[in-house]
Ligand binder design. Sequence first.
Ligand SMILES: [Zn+2]
Length: 623
Amino acid sequence: MRLATLLALAAITLPYSAAEAAQDPYSYAEPDKVRVRHAELDLALDFPARVIAGTVTLDLDWRDARASALNLDTRDLAIERVEALDEAGHARALSYTLAAPDPELGSRLGIAAPGRPARVRIAYRTAPTASGLQWLDRQQTADKQAPFLFSQSQSIHARSWIPLQDTPAVRFSYAARVRAAQGITVLMSALRQPVQGDVQRFDQPQPIPSYLMAIAAGALAEQATSKRAAVWAEPSQVAAAAREFGDIEAMMRTTEQLYGPYRWGRYDMLVLPPSFPFGGMENPEMTFLTPTVIAGDKSLVSVVAHELAHSWSGNLVTSATWRDIWLNEGFTTYVENRIVEAVYGKTQADEEFVVAAGELKHKMPSLSENQQRLAPVPREVGADDALTDVAYVKGAWFLRFLEARFGRVVFDAYLRDYFDHFAFQSITTEQMLDYLRANLVDRHPGKVDWDQVEQWVYAPGLPESATLPAVPAFTAIDTARAAFLHGTLGAAALPGGDWNTHEWLYFLDHLPEAPTLVQVQALDAAWSLSRSSNAEIGMRWLPRAVRAGDHEVWPAARAYMLRIGRMKLTLPVYRAFAGSAQGLAYAEAAYAAHKAEYHPLTQRAIEKVLREAHAQPVADAAR
Ligand SMILES: [Zn+2]
């Protein structure tokens, strides 16, 4: 019986071979021939020129005795010199070729390595337009005291500031020495070492994948939140940030109780300027955070729980390719929700998951079949494009399904063993599934059919076994919203004064995409939604008000999209303006005047929205 179902589903599971799934199509590295084991960086930051220059020395583990070349990933790097180092540190020049750039992958740096040297040193400099770096003038910072630099290496942007094997399949430790001007504090995804003169030093003793290489520099202050955790930010921001993220130690203890010890020593957080394109980035020992999660009431700290959770799922056990990224993000979204439940209660955890699941369901139809899979067909998905709600929310939903079937006690113990078993390794979906089958599904027969697992992982859409917790507050909100939309309940009579942030998000998420102008004006008059300082409320409200044709919200919407560079928040506002000819012109003018303040990734995403709007006939030009 079981065998028959398995055979019937073989067609979904194997549209490609396991060997193909294990290949990373986004890197020129050949990790089966040679692997970087350790990197030593010696860098200088040149703010006026917007350049990082220096050397990286790579310790190599040759795995193929016939190999005679080292292929590295680079993008827009100027390579000045490549040398082999012998045990005494003597250098011998190596010949190399920098290939013509591929628009997505960058340039392959092919280094002739006869004799397979154990250490190779590369002298290089970055381009001012490096895709993984953003350089800010002091005017673009909160305090306007000093310029600012930060990196964002995920997915394949580490290669724009370090020549290396830029694939999550390769893990290496690193040490760094960085020179910067007086008054500039440098932080990296590593433990800080005592400063020597004008050299700031770092040590990352654990093997990490390249996308976790990170650097930031600026006028920064530190405030401790516990013995092993601190918040870094510009001086004027640091107290508010430390208040908002004050529960970090409680979150760490909760996660350790569930999934084993925190293995990275310190957990520090850096609040970046508003142009940071993501909510957070789980750089080891130094999580990067958008300031948009500082709501003043801890209502958006699930982002911090998420980045902390990556210390287990993602940084400790890592997806081997970008196609497997759901192993990082789905597991992390599940763990994040467990942390929120333990620290803030089950109601908040359930509300957050139901809101996220609603967003996923809303977006699913606009995704291709392949994008709807947790493990998509390799090569049919871009390295940056793999980071969709499918990886995050469908992935977490799958783990919630397993937890419900096997029970929390069994599933928690399983997950803890999983993190131990694969600690400091990079694995594919298929390796995870083999382990799941042997250690959970087959060990507790009768709970889950293997074909259900394969449906979750390999099939598009959501399986029938995807259920959601009941949230009584949301049921009441559905009733109130329906009455408002039918005109039987006035906006001011909505019980919104009793709603927490997540209940407001749920109310807004299920309004029509373009409410009537009368409805928008009534809601705004009663609840001042356009003036909300909560960025998640703005992301849901402002696009609806723009689409409803409410020109009075345009200045607020413009200020929002210029203030916030986090793509998830700012892009919906641009998309709403792009829906009418007049709105498109307004958004384009705003963007043209402020383009330089956005991160390169955000620029690229906004330009895509604007370009696509021009390519489509505008249906509602009259608005
Ligand atoms: Zn994440």
